[in-house]
Every structure is written in structure tokens, then in C-alpha cells.
Design a protein around this ligand. Structure first.
Ligand SMILES: Cc1ncc(COP(=O)(O)OP(=O)(O)O)c(N)n1
Ligand SMILES: Cc1nc(C(=O)O)sc1CCOP(=O)(O)O
Length: 526
């Protein structure tokens, strides 16, 4: 075995001969060798590691396929792994990948020696911990991230956030990590945005590569397919929440930016179209509120029109209230389409702490699309953070609140790589770097149903401006606008109960002037 290489794991191709398309007319070689020509094209496109994975063939055929694969890989100086069969790896002086039910990695190391690379499949943080404690593997294949037809007896699907939990355990270890299962050009943006795991040092542990079977094996243009996958991996997204240098911003500067956003709306310079997929309790109020601020609402829960709508809208608002399977499906389709079309997504996880079903729905949603802003109450933010310090009763949060709300909000924002806005008597907003509080509003907001949903609608319409100041300022602007409008509404002589307040609030949103926000804003950096 030559000295141990230090491979580039960015695009890891696991072969799948049974998935190959028929050879094109331009291919004139023997049909059984098309696999090698196809592989060579993929290598030209940028594959950096290959693994021969042959199911249902005997040892002789496996050895021959692997031998010929190695000849091609050697030409491109790309390391070759053998799936499961340590005997074949030994015979050909190749590296080896084993799963949890194959020969133990420790034994594989003994057999292949110190210069072989060894990869191990992991599906849980516990399996990751065992691999690290053993200290034998050079990398792990974490999966399945999504569902896939390529492998039978699939382990539980992790989703990007499950993969992130594994990477959190991996931390700053030298062991490399690739992701596998359903990795395609449409899933990669979300994978790259959501999988990096925050480290105690302040940085992130990211994936070292993408492992694919069908995205290359089933392609009629393997070179183009590989190039696209490589380019997508190399173009890792900047975390949108941090696009703004919020670290340098004072409260006064943020207020001025929020005031400017309100001016844009009120002067009619822009009229954001906000797509609401929301609950039926608040639908009428949030549509009216959106209009009152100078934006346009479209209320549609149809999965069929979501992809088309996504091209027209300025922002998508997803609200978990009165959720049904059909509504969740529409939200997932709309969320993925919004990501593809570069539209911001605001998520209000209404009542996420109330039931396991809502928790699972929120997790499904966050695994399917990348959200720019989460706006919730303390109970909801606590449930998403995995904390039980603040309890929820139905859709309301109860009790005194968090001991250190600013840290809770900042930690969740850093983990999810988005802006978190937690509404309450004091609102907390963070992009994972800095946190601000807003102390505007009135007790009347607690006396009407849906005031949290109305605040999310306000955040969404400001996010729909897609202003260069970014989602953090949009979240602050939305909460300032609705809370200042609520304060003004509460002073109206006709307000003598929840119902008159509700009507006065919509009027106050309609009449709100940028200078009202400037003069009343109680924004502080914490
Ligand atoms: C890179 C990579 N990761 C995971 C796997 C899965 O391996 P295993 O669990 O052994 O399952 P099979 O591939 O044998 O079905 C892999 N092959 N490659
Ligand atoms: C080989 C393999 N291992 C998996 C795991 O979860 O360990 S998923 C998988 C198949 C991946 O195929 P595709 O890229 O076509 O989805």
C-alpha cells in the first residue's frame, strides 16, 4: 500500500452500475465497458473520490469490476474505496468503506494496515461518538439525509438537521464527513445551508463532501452532472442571516434602517406581495394588516399553484397554526420553491410545543426548506431550542419566561443560521451574532387572538422588501412597526375592549408614519 493519501472528499461518487442509462450513439465500445467510459466522464467533471459498490454480484465479478475501476481512477489520481469487501480491498491495495453491520473498522484496519483509508457509515450521534472513540476511521458517511430508491433497508432519514446533530458530535475532530442519501442539485442548497454545526469556539463544523450514487450514475451526461455537483459544493452559501455586519450596528442605526423600510412601504416605492400559508383563525386579520402597511397579501394553501406563485411573490410566510397534512405538504412545496427562486421564507411555529405532531411538522418543514426568519413566542422558541424552561399551553406560552432569553434566541439563531425573533412583553431578535430587545407594545395585544401571527405577518412584509439591510433589520422593522402601531391604537378614545382594539390596530398600521417609529422605538442592544 502506498503512503496514506489525504484525499479531497468534495465529490464522492459511489458507483451504481445498475442505474446507468443506455450508452449514447456516440459510444462505440463494448456495452459492458460503458460503465468505465461513464466513470471516466464523471472523473473529468470533478469527482474526487470513488467507491465501488456492487450488490448482488459474486466475488469474482466484484474483483474484476473493482480492478478495472482502479485503472481508471489511477489515471486521474483519484483514491478508490471498496464497499464492504475487505478481501477485495486487500487484493487490489485499495481503501475500504464499511457499514455498521459489516466487519468492524478496527479489524479492517488490522487487515489493511495503517496506510489504507477507512470510511464508516453513521446514522446517529451515538454511532459518531463510537467511531471517534475507536479512532480508526478516516471519514464517516453520514446518512441517509433524504429518502432514496438506491439503497434497500435504509436507516431512519436524518434530514439536514439530523446530519447537523452528527456533525455537532464530530466537532473539531480530524475525521472527515461526507453526506449521503438523496443528494441532488435540488437538495444541495438546503443541505449546505443547514448542516453546518456551531462549535463552542464560535465557528462551524461543515461537511467535507457530498456522496452521490444516482445523481451521477443515472445521468446521461456524467461529466456535466459531476461538474454541477462540484460547483454547487464549492459555492457554499454565505449564511443569509449574517449577510449584514450586524456586529457593528448600534440601536440607533438599526432604528434608522427600520424607519427607512417603513418609508419605502408607505411611499409606495415597493409593494411586496406576501404569500401566506397560514391558519384559518388569523387569515382575515393578517391579510388586512398586510394591506394596511402597504403590501399585498395572497392567501393560498394550494400545493399546485405554489411553484408558480413562488416566481411572483416577494416573501413566503409559513404558519403552523391549525396545521393539517395537506397544509404541511403545501408549505413544504412552497418553501422549497421559494428557496429555488431566492425568496425569503418567514416561519411562525405556532404551538410547536403543544403536540408531538406539530414538533414533527416543524422539523419536516425546516428540513425541507431554508427559512430566513423564525418568529415565535417564548414557548415556541423554547420548543424549537429543545428547552423545557418555558412551557406552552396550547399556542400560548406560560410562566415567567427564560432566565436568559437573549442567549436562548442567539443560540437558536446561530444553530439554525437564520434570524430568530421572539415576541412577548419584551421582544428579542438575534442573527446569531448580536441580540436586540424591543420594549414597545401594549397589554391589549395579549387580549386578542392572533397578535403573534399578526406580528409574523408584519415581519414577512418587511422581509418581502428584500432590502440590502437583510433579514435581521426586516425582523426588527416588522416588530417595531406593529408594536408602535399597537401603542398608538391603545390611545384611541374608541378602544374599550379587545374588539375595538383589533379594529384600531389595523387603522394604526394604515396610518403609521416613519417618524412615529423613530420617536417611539425602544430598541436596545443586549
Ligand atoms: C460514503 C458512503 N457512506 C455510506 C455508505 C453506506 O454504507 P453501508 O452502510 O455499508 O451500506 P451499503 O453501501 O453497503 O448498502 C456508503 N456506501 N458510502
Ligand atoms: C449507498 C447509500 N448509503 C446510504 C446510507 O444512508 O448509508 S444512502 C445510499 C444510497 C445513496 O444513493 P443516492 O445518491 O442515489 O440517493
Amino acid at each position: 500500500m502506498p503512503p496514506k493519501p489525504t484525499p479531497d472528499y468534495r465529490l464522492y461518487y459511489v458507483t451504481g452500475r445498475s442505474l446507468l442509462p443506455p450508452p449514447p450513439a456516440s459510444y462505440t465500445g463494448p456495452e459492458e465497458d460503458y460503465y468505465l467510459a461513464h466513470l471516466e466522464e464523471a472523473l473529468k467533471g470533478g469527482v474526487t473520490v470513488v467507491q465501488v459498490r456492487e450488490k448482488d454480484v459474486d466475488g469474482g465479478e466484484f474483483l474484476e469490476v473493482a480492478r478495472r475501476t482502479k485503472e481508471v481512477c489511477d489515471k486521474y489520481d483519484v483514491p478508490l474505496f471498496i464497499n464492504d469487501r475487505v478481501d477485495v480491498a486487500l487484493a487490489l491495495k485499495c481503501h475500504c468503506h464499511v457499514g455498521q453491520t459489516d466487519l468492524p473498522a478496527r479489524l479492517v484496519r488490522q487487515l489493511l494496515g495503517p496506510d489504507a483509508l477507512i470510511g464508516v457509515s453513521v446514522n446517529t450521534p451515538e454511532e459518531m461518538r463510537v467511531v471517534m472513540d475507536e479512532g480508526v476511521a478516516d471519514y464517516v458517511g453520514v446518512g441517509p439525509c433524504f429518502g432514496t430508491q438506491t439503497k434497500k433497508n435504509l436507516n431512519p432519514i436524518l434530514g439536514p438537521r439530523g446530519v447537523r446533530a452528527v456533525l455537532e458530535t464530530l466537532g473539531e475532530s480530524e475525521v472527515k464527513a461526507v453526506i449521503i442519501g438523496g443528494i441532488t442539485p435540488s437538495t444541495i442548497p438546503n443541505v449546505l445551508a443547514q448542516t453546518p454545526a456551531p462549535l463552542p469556539s464560535g465557528g462551524y463544523r461543515s461537511l467535507d463532501g457530498l456522496a452521490v450514487v444516482s445523481s451521477i450514475a443515472a445521468s446521461t451526461e456524467p461529466e456535466t452532472a459531476a461538474r454541477e455537483l462540484r460547483e454547487m459544493f464549492d459555492r457554499k452559501p454565505a449564511y443569509p442571516a449574517r449577510s449584514l455586519n450586524s456586529d457593528a450596528l448600534s440601536a440607533e442605526q438599526v432604528v434608522e434602517q427600520a424607519v427607512e423600510l417603513l418609508r419605502i412601504l408607505k411611499d409606495g416605492e415597493k409593494t411586496p406581495l406576501v404569500h401566506h400559508i397560514t391558519n384559518f383563525v388569523v387569515m382575515n386579520d393578517t391579510a388586512n394588516l398586510t394591506l394596511a402597511f402597504g403590501a399585498s397579501p395572497i392567501m393560498s394553501a394550494s400545493p399546485d399553484e405554489a411553484p408558480h406563485l413562488s416566481q411572483l411573490i416577494s416573501c413566503l410566510l409559513l404558519n403552523l397554526g391549525t396545521i393539517t397534512e395537506a397544509q404541511l405538504n403545501a408549505q413544504k412545496i412552497a418553501g422549497a420553491a421559494a428557496n429555488r427562486n431566492g425568496k425569503p421564507v418567514v416561519f411562525d411555529p405556532v404551538g410547536v410545543g403543544a403536540t408531538e405532531y406539530r414538533k414533527k411538522s416543524a422539523s419536516d418543514l425546516l428540513n425541507t426548506c431554508h427559512v430566513s426568519i423564525i418568529k415565535g413566542n417564548a414557548g415556541e422558541i423554547g420548543a424549537l431550542s429543545g428547552l423545557s424552561e418555558v412551557k406552552a399551553r396550547g399556542v400560548d406560552s406560560v410562566g415567567k419566561g427564560f432566565k436568559d432569553p437573549a442567549t436562548v434566541v442567539k443560540t437558536l439563531a446561530a444553530r439554525e443560521k437564520l434570524v430568530v425573533a421572539m415576541s412577548g412583553e419584551t421582544d428579542y431578535i438575534s442573527d446569531g451574532q448580536v441580540s436586540f430587545t424591543i420594549k414597545n407594545g401594549t397589554f391589549w395585544q395579549e387580549k386578542i387572538t392572533g397578535s403573534g401571527c399578526m406580528a409574523s405577518a408584519a415581519v414577512a412584509l418587511f422581509a418581502g422588501l428584500q432590502h440590502e439591510s437583510g433579514p435581521f433589520v426586516a425582523a426588527v422593522a416588522g416588530l417595531l412597526a406593529i408594536n408602535v402601531a399597537a401603542e398608538i391604537a391603545a390611545t384611541r378614545p374608541e378602544v374599550n375592549g379587545p374588539n375595538t382594539f383589533r379594529a384600531a390596530l389595523i387603522d394604526a398600521c394604515y396610518n403609521l408614519r416613519p417618524e412615529d417609529v423613530r420617536s417611539r422605538a425602544k430598541l436596545q442592544r443586549v
